[in-house]
Design a protein around this ligand. Structure first.
Ligand SMILES: O=P(O)(O)OC[C@H]1O[C@](O)(COP(=O)(O)O)[C@@H](O)[C@@H]1O
Ligand SMILES: [Mg+2]
Ligand SMILES: [Mg+2]
Length: 280
């Protein structure tokens, strides 16, 4: 699909720009995003750049992002939802961060069944990009805005190695806390860096489970279904893994509101099955 490739191309180009400003846009701005989180100058830069560039593509009919209240309308058959800078609190300690993009063929907010393609960029020691469309997941190295294929068929390894869960352990519901204990006893290794894209990329590379669970005072968890949940779930699912909110696949869910949150788990299908049995 040429239109989807145009979106991927634009995201790769923009990744080059975002990478180049990270060093100088480290300060917090006055404003908060619709989820009540303080915005960094880099969050705002990435959001504005993606908005401009993506809406320039004729097939892109609207742009929505974690960093703005409303959908920006244009005309075109695809609707793009972005987390412009995922894990931006990692900017200060110089750790991994990402950009997440979901492409839908229905106006937003839209259900997971309307998602036709997804991608993320990982700003690590190198910049890489993972795309998912038509059942295939591809990993690229991004240099100067250009993509070079690293792995043309990314699949979640059968034998899981790593796990990482967000939130404070005392806030985890009892059933989830017992599940985590059991996961640790299976000799999985802890890998948690505080940026979902970076943590999920560990799961795609080594196999395992990433989650940001329901919390005692926040049963809806932290992460946003439209901007983070659906695209990440689609990528992991197309790579042979699975997703869940604790009881059903994230791809079966439709947000009632654009910025709706959800508990989020992605990884090997067997681990997602075990998680659902443990927390339901
Ligand atoms: O600091 P915590 O509570 O572990 O939360 C980390 C999670 O929050 C996020 O940073 C939320 O994303 P944003 O940075 O885009 O708001 C995820 O990337 C990450 O998994
Ligand atoms: Mg995020
Ligand atoms: Mg963000």
């Amino acid at each position: 699909m040429d239109e989807i490739d145009a979106v991927f191309e634009t995201v790769a180009e923009t990744a080059g720009d975002v990478r180049s400003i990270l060093g100088e846009r480290r300060s917090y701005e006055e404003g908060q995003n619709p989820s009540g989180e303080q915005q960094l100058a880099a969050d705002i830069y990435a959001d504005e750049r993606l908005e401009q560039r993506l809406l320039d593509i004729p097939a892109v009919g609207s742009y929505a992002s974690e960093e703005r209240d409303e959908v920006v309308e244009d005309s075109g058959e695809y609707h793009v939802a972005c987390d412009p800078l995922d894990g931006s609190s990692n900017l200060k300690p110089n750790n991994g961060m990402g950009t997440i993009v979901g492409v839908y063929d229905e106006p937003l907010p839209a259900g997971g069944d309307a998602l036709v393609a997804a991608a993320y960029v990982l700003y690590g020691p190198t910049t890489t990009m993972v795309t998912a469309v038509d059942g295939t997941v591809t990993e690229y190295l991004v240099e100067d805005g250009d993509r070079a294929v690293l792995d043309e068929d990314v699949t979640v390894p059968d034998d899981p190695v790593v796990y990482g869960f967000g939130g404070r352990a005392p806030d985890w519901p009892e059933a989830f806390a017992s599940f985590v204990e059991e996961i640790e006893n299976r000799r999985l290794k802890l890998r948690y860096g505080g940026a979902m894209v970076a943590d999920v990329n560990q799961v795609l590379t080594y196999g395992g489970l990433f989650g940001y669970p329901m919390l005692a005072d926040r049963p809806e968890g932290k992460l946003r279904l439209q901007f983070e949940g659906h695209p990440i779930a689609a990528i992991v699912s197309m790579a042979g893994g699975a997703s869940s909110d604790g009881s059903e696949s994230l791809l079966d869910k439709t947000p009632q509101e654009l910025h709706e949150r959800t508990p989020l788990f992605v990884g090997n299908e067997s681990l997602i099955d075990d998680l659902e049995s443990a927390v339901q």
